[in-house]
Design a protein around this ligand. Structure first.
Ligand code: FES
Length: 349
């Protein structure tokens, strides 16, 4: 994760409270900024970091994000209302694990459930898949307040016109009635069952994506799983989490207070004393080490690293899989020392 100062190349209004922001990525940085659909970049605005998913297919060679002004959200409001073309922002290279395998030679069905600005990574996934997979069936179930609050409506229309056999966008509105009652209201458990009965055959689904608020993710991911899709084919992206670090760490008497930790980052080895009062990211920042992080809450995966010696305690997270744990992976932002000697590698992930 490296930050570069990038100029704003274009700002395109999507709805009254959302915009698409395109960065001018110089050709020399194209490789560093290469990404897989579903990944995000992190903005660092005066020390505050926020993640925004890339909304373009990598084939377009454009680096754009979709931003919706959140109530009380200083950064998102600034980006939507005050940012100008030509301004510069500190932008990280792309990150993230909300991605699906590309299978250009297969006939497959993909389904995506999303709400509001959760559509942003789905836009990149859908466009790339449509560009590269001739036989794909891509269903998007997209919840908004009304037809005026649909982000990327024009682009969704264009893609539907270009790929009428492959893309199927189903709009659900919570505050505007539509003729078919199935499309009225958000997608809860009952609505999900109706969708399965009337709109898709779950037995044909190969990958399922869910991107939106936490409640929607957990409800739908569980339902999709119960309907027969195994965990590794269900992908979700949380925007925020309610888990607070202080809820995560239970102090026990016998835990070590201070440890020596050896950290490998960008090919360099550093050693310092890590006090368990702090998570590993904050401990590194205290020692002027340019630690990779964004959410600091076990959500985004920017801080993923490998414990190569010793053990850490890790809090609850929605990122690491069973095989990550087996490989010794951890998230530095929710890790505290467990053993007296530790070695952590940020490069080997
Ligand atoms: S910084 Fe986001 S998971 Fe650690």
């Amino acid at each position: 994760m490296k930050f570069h100062l990038l100029k704003i190349k274009a700002i395109h209004r999507l709805t009254a409270d959302s915009v698409q922001i395109t960065f001018d990525v110089p050709t020399v940085l194209h490789e560093e900024f290469s990404f897989v659909p579903g990944q995000y970049i992190t903005l660092d605005i005066d020390g505050t970091r926020r993640d925004y998913s890339i909304c373009e297919s990598p084939n377009n060679k454009e680096w754009s994000i979709g931003v919706k002004a959140m109530e009380g959200g200083k950064i998102s409001t600034y980006l939507v209302n005050d940012l100008k073309v030509g301004d510069e922002l500190k932008v990280s290279t792309p990150n993230g694990r909300f991605t699906i395998p590309s299978k250009p030679n297969e006939k497959r069905t993909l389904i995506a459930f999303t709400a509001g600005s959760g559509i942003t990574p789905i836009m990149a996934m859908a466009e790339y898949t449509l560009q590269t997979e001739e036989w794909v069936n891509f269903h998007i179930f997209y919840v908004n307040k009304n037809s005026q609050s649909v982000m990327f409506q024009d682009k969704l229309n264009d893609l539907s016109a270009k790929y009428p056999q492959n893309l199927h966008v189903h709009h659900f509105y919570t505050q505007e009635d539509q003729e078919n009652f199935i499309y009225n209201g958000r997608i809860d458990e009952k609505k999900f069952d109706l969708i399965l009965n009337q709109l898709i055959d779950i037995n044909e689904v190969d990958e399922a994506m869910v991107c939106g608020p936490e409640e929607m993710i957990f409800t739908l991911a569980k339902k999709i799983n119960e309907a027969g899709i195994v965990e590794k084919h269900i992908h979700f992206e949380l925007f925020t989490t309610a888990v607070k670090p202080e809820q995560v760490f239970e102090k026990t008497e016998d835990e070590v207070q201070e440890v020596n930790v050896k950290v490998t980052l960008d090919g360099e080895e550093m050693e310092f004393v890590w006090n368990r009062e702090k998570n590993l990211i904050d401990a590194m920042l205290d020692h002027d080490i340019d630690a990779p992080y964004s959410c600091k809450g076990g959500v985004c995966s920017s801080c993923m690293c490998k414990v190569t010696e010793g053990e850490v305690n890790i809090g609850e997270n929605f990122v690491l899989t069973d095989s990550d744990y087996e490989d010794g992976m951890t998230l530095a932002c929710i890790s505290r020392p467990k053993t007296a000697h530790l070695a952590i590698d940020f490069d080997d992930v």
